[in-house]
Ligand binder design. Structure first.
Ligand code: AKG
Ligand code: FE2
Length: 253
């Protein structure tokens, strides 16, 4: 029994890959803005993948009819679809699944480390809480700070990455991510969820953010975002002392 499902030409493979040199340039160009940003470290990178690729990804983003979505309707978050990872993104177009893999890969981690100065970032292969999000007309996400630990792997949350896939998003539809100050008295930055916009923001206990007003996009449109969260491990007193490989010298045999 094969555990792989073939979709299209076996040798064609994924149609895009992140590139080391441009990623490094983008990281260097934005790292001082990231560190200085108010109300907490964050940065917006526009035109991240380029319009042809971003438009193609937006066109295959699962719509509200996709059967794997789990819908949330609570006071804190309403008309929000997510959790496709519960079925391992089955039925999601290969290009989006590949994008998630690229966001978990070596080059993107190196990019984030250079951008933010955080060393040893760890992606989440299970995309807990992250993955694909689609918020429908009338939906919202109240101001919040994010969960802070990956309890399964004893990791500390450090960064959230959002990549927006909304062609022709009209600002009058709302959906700006609002970033508020630590005592929640002022919104100090707003980020529209525009096509091909990457947002990287630092996790923190007072890093309040959300899009709290109901979306007024037309029926049939939604606010589409690809989310990926990144972690670091802490030194533990029980951790073994590091050593390089030890080589066996067999005797006899
Ligand atoms: O969709 C967004 O812009 C933000 C989502 C968010 O707050 C999160 O993923 O933690
Ligand atoms: Fe959040």
């Amino acid at each position: 029994m094969s555990v792989a499902k073939l979709e299209g030409d076996v040798l064609a493979g994924p149609s895009f890959f992140l590139q080391r040199v441009p990623l490094r340039e983008v990281a260097l160009a934005h790292r001082s803005a990231y560190a200085a940003a108010r109300p907490f470290p964050h940065v917006v990178v526009d035109g991240f993948l380029g319009n042809p690729l971003a438009s193609a990804l937006a066109a295959v983003f699962p719509d509200a009819m996709h059967e794997g979505w789990k819908r949330r309707d609570h006071p804190e978050q309403a008309a929000r679809l997510g959790q496709l990872q519960r079925q391992a993104f089955e039925g999601v177009h290969g290009s989006l699944r590949h994008l998630l893999a690229e966001f978990s890969g070596m080059l993107f981690l190196d990019f984030l480390e250079k951008l933010t100065g955080i060393q040893g970032l760890i992606p989440d292969a299970h995309f807990r809480g992250a993955g694909l999000h689609l918020t429908l007309r009338g939906g919202h996400l109240a101001l919040h700070t994010d969960f802070n630990r990956d309890r399964f792997r004893a990791l500390t949350r450090r960064l959230s990455v959002l990549y927006y896939l909304n062609p022709g998003w009209d600002p009058s539809w709302g959906g700006e991510l609002e970033l508020w100050n630590a005592d929640v008295t002022a919104c100090e930055a707003r980020v529209l969820p525009q096509l091909d916009r990457l947002l990287v923001m630092a996790h923190g206990e007072t890093h309040w953010h959300g899009h709290p007003k109901p979306l007024s996009c037309p029926e049939g449109r939604g606010r589409a975002a690809v989310a990926a969260y990144f972690y670091t491990a802490e030194e533990s007193p029980e951790a073994p002392t590091p050593h390089s490989a030890k080589w066996a010298v067999p005797s006899g045999g």
